[in-house]
Design a protein around this ligand. Structure first.
Ligand code: ADP
Ligand code: ZN
Length: 664
């Protein structure tokens, strides 16, 4: 967002009603990126398919047309649990918004229906399963509709884990209301999903808007997994103490145990997964939105539509199934544009586990092939020695900065690589010998023990100390061998088979054994790099309790804190999340600009007409009570973002590594 300066010059709708609405209702100075073009197109009655990362500003793309065009904007959203909050936030802006869903009783619904029919609603939120009902369609045809907005439009994709069958019925909107523009929005960036949305929603003449998917304020880091819970604790303590964030785990069991572990260690954390009853889930979600500094430990069931702007970190203790999933989940960090971290611990067992899940999971051969391709891309991201952001953007078909981003682990601390050809041959020949000479298949642990020449009970039981490869790998440590095996699996030079995750050769293995190709590998750090060695773009090293104050000059901190305390009180009184009153970014600007009158406050980004009327005097009083401004400082700020998605929850339970298991 801009400072308090003049209005930025733009071609097109500069003096339009759309821009006037942006100023008056939302208090923002200028449109961002594609917003202006999208809004202009939809206001004029055109259909649009919009791909924008989370925090990119999708909501305005349909909210402003709904306000500018006559009639009500109908917003189709799968997120029933968030509708109340969305509507509250709009009402705080003076927008006449309502929703209809199963959480309401008959009378509440009747009120909303009457408001809609009387033309008293700017926006009406509906779940797709409600929209489909004849009674709803009938109601809608008796009122005036400004625009149909289909949010989280990737839910039409049968391949994605957010698939909602009811989204398919949305194709009828175009037939039934040919004159009402439709806008489909998603933060899922792949071309395949893009095509699917266009086809399944029957939007052949829509204009397509694809924003940049870069999230420059998110620092991407993937660390080798050793003792994941401890590593997580260190990361949180050193870099995100007192911050709100989300930690993703694969299974319900690990969600529970991680939340419990963090709580025991003084970090307030609550679990969230599909196995919890609806009441508990809603309570935990609500706490996350309303409290500051709460950590939610969750399966992928948590996150879609969570528009909390100040999520400072997203962590992964297990490997996501795809780059799409990883991007969606990490994208929930830093919607407010302030520095945030995407942190993941990743190790050999993640690879084995995911490969096993694909093999043993449901679905036909084509499904498995697709899942494997998705996993391969995810593994390539984990193993790359290049810029992670560059790899992400390239995955989504966008052009990365060839010089690297400077804000991911591989840019900050470039990993060393080494020629792992001989090591790879040793691993592969051990697998070959076991199979050829003994007709046996074993998992990674046994292979590594053989290479290291360890006479474990299992090595002795199977006479593996008699193999010619026994002890040929003493030059590397156990962790390094695990790293070699992991990278061979990731590169498809080795495969995992069956329930026990035994290692077998692939077609590509032969070329390594025949010395026809080299195998460059990433060096395993002796000791995992601590978070500090990759401290963020702020260059300030460790930060104190509250990340929100990031980069605000020290003399302005008291004002910022006073404003936050005032905001917390307002939020409590009204029972809404604090960010519904004002975002941190807005409070920062207020502290920086130090308005001494309500009129001056009105010039600040994020302070619209309604909020000025409601809170103007309160804010000015808070500042006045602190005495004069401690001298001026330049304003700063930016914004960015991605969206989230829930998903299937019936993951097999999974152990943290290392896994002292029988693999045979
Ligand atoms: P998305 O739905 O794409 O994830 P949002 O619509 O929630 O993103 O917008 C992300 C954040 O950016 C919100 O806090 C929003 O108020 C803010 N924002 C959106 N557009 C603008 C703009 N033109 N100027 C300033 N802030 C904006
Ligand atoms: Zn980078």
């Amino acid at each position: 967002m801009g400072g308090m300066g003049g209005i930025i010059e733009m071609p097109g709708v500069t003096d339009s009603e759309a821009l006037a609405t942006l100023h008056r209702v939302f208090g923002y100075e200028a449109f961002r990126g594609e917003q202006e073009a999208v809004i202009e197109h939809v206001v004029a009655g055109g259909d649009a398919v919009v791909l924008m990362p989370t925090g990119g500003g999708k909501s305005l793309c349909y909210q402003i047309p709904a306000l500018v065009r006559p009639g009500t904007g109908i917003v189709v959203s799968p997120l029933i649990a968030l509708m109340q909050d969305q509507v509250d936030a709009l009402r705080a802006l003076g927008v006449r918004a309502g929703f209809m869903n199963s959480t309401q009783d008959f009378d509440e619904r009747r009120v909303v229906e009457a408001e809609f029919l009387a033309g008293e609603l700017d926006l009406l939120y509906l779940a797709p399963e409600r929209l489909r009902l004849d009674s709803t369609l009938d109601l809608l045809s008796r009122g005036k509709i400004a625009v149909f907005a289909i949010d989280e439009a990737h839910c039409v994709s049968q391949w994605g884990h957010d698939f909602r069958p009811d989204y398919l019925s949305l194709s009828l909107l175009g037939e039934r209301w040919p004159d009402v523009p439709r806008i489909a929005l998603t933060a899922t960036a792949t071309d395949a999903t893009h095509q699917e949305i266009t086809q399944r929603l029957h939007m052949p003449t829509a204009r397509h808007f694809v924003a940049s998917f870069d999230r420059p304020n998110i620092q991407y880091r993937i660390v080798p997994k050793a003792d994941p819970k401890k590593q997580l604790l260190t990361f949180l303590r050193e870099e995100h103490s007192g911050d709100a964030g989300i930690i993703y785990c694969l299974s319900r069991k690990s969600v529970e145990s991680t939340a419990e572990f963090l709580s025991r260690n003084g970090i307030e954390a609550v679990p969230y997964h599909a196995g919890l009853d609806a009441g508990t889930r809603a309570a935990h979600q609500s706490r996350f939105l309303r409290e500051e500094g709460l950590v939610v430990v969750a399966t992928i069931a948590f996150g879609m539509g969570i528009d909390k702007p100040d999520v400072r970190f997203v962590g992964h203790l297990d490997l996501p199934k795809s780059v799409e999933g990883y991007y969606q989940e990490t994208g929930r960090a830093g919607r407010d544009g302030l520095p945030s971290t995407a942190w993941m611990a990743y190790g050999l067992n993640d690879v084995i586990q995911q490969r096993k899940l694909i093999q043993l999971g449901e679905g036909d051969e084509a499904f498995r092939r697709r899942a494997a391709a998705h996993l391969d891309s995810m593994l390539a991201l984990c193993e790359t020695a290049q810029c992670r952001r560059g790899q992400l953007l390239a995955y989504f078909g966008q052009d990365p900065d060839p010089a690297g981003c400077g804000n991911c682990d591989t840019c900050l601390v470039p990993p060393e690589t080494w020629d792992g050809t001989v090591a790879a041959q040793k691993v592969l020949s051990t697998v070959v010998r076991l199979q050829r000479e003994r007709g046996q298949k074993f998992g990674a642990i046994q292979i590594v023990d053989i290479l290291l020449g360890k006479r474990t009970a299992k090595v002795i039981q199977f006479d593996h100390d008699q193999l010619s490869v026994f002890g040929i790998g003493e030059e590397l440590a156990e962790g390094e061998w695990r790293g070699v095996v992991r990278q061979l699996l990731a590169q498809g030079l080795l495969a995992v088979e069956g329930e026990y995750g035994t290692l077998v050769l692939t077609e590509a293995s032969g070329s390594v054994l025949r010395r026809e190709r080299e195998v460059p590998l990433r060096k395993e750090p002796k000791k995992p790099a601590t978070s500090r060695s990759a401290s963020g773009s702020s260059g300030k090293g460790e930060r104190k309790a509250k990340a929100a104050a990031t980069e605000l000059p020290e003399e302005l901190q008291p004002a910022f804190e006073a404003l936050r305390a005032w905001r917390a009180e307002q939020a409590r009184e009204q029972g809404v999340p604090a960010y519904v009153i004002f975002h941190d970014a807005t409070l920062r600007e207020i502290a920086t600009a130090w308005p001494t009158s309500v009129t001056q406050l009105g010039g600040i980004s994020g302070v619209g007409e309604k909020k000025l009327a409601t809170y103007g005097e309160g804010v000015v009083e808070v500042l006045a009570s602190l005495g004069g401004a401690p001298g001026s400082a330049p304003t700063s700020g930016s914004a960015s973002a991605v969206d989230g998605d829930p998903g299937a929850d019936d993951w097999p339970e999974m152990d943290a590594e290392p896994e002292p298991e029988d693999w045979i």
